[in-house]
Design a protein around this ligand. Sequence first.
Ligand SMILES: [Fe+2]
Length: 186
Amino acid sequence: MGTSRDIHYTTPGLSREDAERVIARLQSRLHAMNDLHLTLKHVHWNVVGPHFIAVHEMIDPQVEAVRGFADDLAERIATLGGSPSGTPGSIVKERDWDDYSLGRAGTQEHLGALDLVYRGVIGTNRTIIEELDDIDLVTQDMIIGQTEQLELFHWFIRAHLEDQGGRLATEGADDERGAAEAAGRA
Ligand SMILES: [Fe+2]
């Protein structure tokens, strides 16, 4: 018995070495999507304030879509001969970002923090899309499709943070707390 992450076959036309490089990137995105749909539910439960119902209800379709992205990424790992890792412990151990930092807070504060969350996820997706250009265009196509949806969701968040001149309340903020405070002040 090998370790659960050894691969013994992959899809035709892809070398095993390239499959391993693709799987590592898929696994990073699987952790990101599992973390994101849990974080979005956490926000759905913890927003308070006069715009509660709008934000509470806006978030559930994002949770459903992101859960679907995780499923597609995991099944792509298995398709390439790998073993997807979806346990909470593996997410915490292998992720290179911090846990979401807000508990009960106003809708604007959470939206400000989510602007930063989406910036991180989308930025890494775009880096991985570029890296996949020479390795596997089929996986790249999957991640491009997911990124388009994530960018749309990011706009839904940002539309709440934007003034009539098109400036974001979170402009210049580079961490979640700072973004939440800036959004709360606006
Ligand atoms: Fe709910």
